[in-house]
Design a protein around this ligand. Structure first.
Ligand SMILES: *Cc1c(COP(=O)(O)O)cnc(C)c1O
Length: 403
């Protein structure tokens, strides 16, 4: 085995907010694709043309950064999230439209912030109604009364829903009551029909706007007709809610996040040589591997075993061995031109129009696209790019592979 790490300069990618200043010692970065976000929002709108669209931006916009996605998603009718600090960040960006707290108040004093910032909030339990009844405010609140339609997470049962509605309706603190539920199984055919029937039955003669559909339901047209608001999350971020039944190409969505890095070394393996902790991968014949500057401390899933798809200079290959904290290994078989400095696409858009769906990586790691995008670590610099060609801007000065 012969180490090959003598390349003098591995090109560094620009640091977000510091163009041209290379203060980060590693070449990893995440890109947020502005145009793809806008495109995906338009897709959600097209799927629910008669409804208004909540852009769900919880979990810091599914890991993309609320500030990063806001300019692309400001055409939404409102933003839905659950962290009050994130709601404050939206108001700080001068968003004056609707903001919905999907889990409502966590404690009574949260209602003061709702009054002050004009936040709409979910009411899912009796305690939240008690807090509202005691809340002193000039500003009457808009609430979304949540029904538990089978998820058994939050919400009033269909049997208790009407009483909760009447209690709220009698409070001077309440301006308007909307009706909502969240499906447990909208990602499979017919999965939400019983929940939808329960919701329709229990709310039939109740006044109020309706909101049922998440991304899966919106794309599949479930709980959309006759509803006033859809709640699009994952679809905006270019991951298919029902992968692998459908991929984002099927839903005409575009990837909104790229995670990329570079190779920092290569290794020549003899038959029998192993790779990484636990020696879980063993070479059966002579082979060459590359070491990429990305590991689980960057948010790459450690459970992604040998065979997880990865792009090297836009060519699809596989990871080999266990993912380390800061590095992972890729198979360079059939890629003789690849070497230290080669661009590695962990997911998203690669060079020369190549793509690696985040859903394919998630599947190999036994998880879903949601988890991967939410897990990108704070140490990974992230920046917004307006159009796909801008992602290539740093490729020009990349040296060719040495011998
Ligand atoms: C997260 C969430 C959504 C969005 O779900 P996606 O599957 O990402 O579209 C919608 N509604 C509620 C209540 C949520 O918590």
């Amino acid at each position: 085995m012969q180490a090959n790490c003598d390349r003098p300069e591995v090109p560094r990618l620009p640091v977000a907010g510091h163009p041209g200043v290379n203060t980060v010692p590693r070449p990893i970065e995440a890109l947020v694709h502005h145009a793809a976000l806008t495109h995906n929002l338009a897709r959600a709108r097209a799927a629910a043309p008669d409804a208004r669209v909540w852009a769900v931006v919880k979990a810091n916009a599914y890991g993309h950064g609320i500030e990063h996605v806001f300019p692309a998603l400001r055409g939404a009718d409102g933003f839905a999230l659950l962290d009050l600090a994130e709601a404050q960040r939206l108001r700080a960006m001068d968003w004056r439209g609707p903001i919905l707290l999907l889990e409502g108040a966590f404690e009574p004093r949260d209602l003061e912030l709702c009054s002050r910032l004009g936040l709409w909030h979910v009411v899912h339990c009796e305690a939240q109604i008690d807090w509202l009844a005691r809340h002193k405010t000039q500003q009457a609140h808009r609430v979304f009364l949540k029904m538990n339609s089978g998820m058994n997470r939050l919400g009033f049962t269909p049997a208790a829903f009407r009483t909760a509605w009447a209690r709220l309706d009698a409070l001077p603190q309440i301006d308007e009551i909307s009706l909502m539920t969240h499906f447990a199984d909208a990602d499979v055919d017919g999965g939400a029909s019983a929940a939808q029937a329960a919701f329709d039955e229990a709310t039939r003669d109740l006044v109020g706007e309706r909101s049922l559909a998440n991304s899966a339901a919106t794309l599949r047209g479930v709980g959309v007709a006759g509803s006033d608001w859809v709640r699009a999350g994952i679809a905006l971020y270019g991951s298919a809610p029902d992968f692998p039944a459908h991929d984002i190409a099927h839903w005409q969505l575009q990837p909104t996040m790229t995670l990329r890095t570079r190779l920092i070394a290569t290794q020549e393996l003899q038959p029998g040589a192993t790779v990484g902790y636990g020696s879980s991968f063993r070479a059966e014949r002579p082979m060459r591997i590359g070491i990429a500057a990305c590991g689980y401390a960057d948010g790459y899933p450690r459970h992604a075993g040998t065979g997880t798809p990865v792009l090297v200079d836009g060519q699809r290959t596989r990871t080999v061995g266990r993912v380390s904290m800061d590095m992972l290994a890729v198979d360079l078989d059939g890629l003789p031109l690849a070497g230290a400095g080669s661009e590695i696409t962990l997911w998203g858009e690669g060079p020369h129009g190549s793509q690696l769906p985040i859903d394919a990586v998630a599947r190999a790691a036994g998880t879903i696209g949601y988890e991967l995008m939410c897990a990108v670590a704070p140490r990974v610099p992230m920046r917004v790019v307006a159009a796909p060609d801008e992602t290539a801007a740093t490729d020009v000065d990349r040296p060719a592979r040495h011998g």
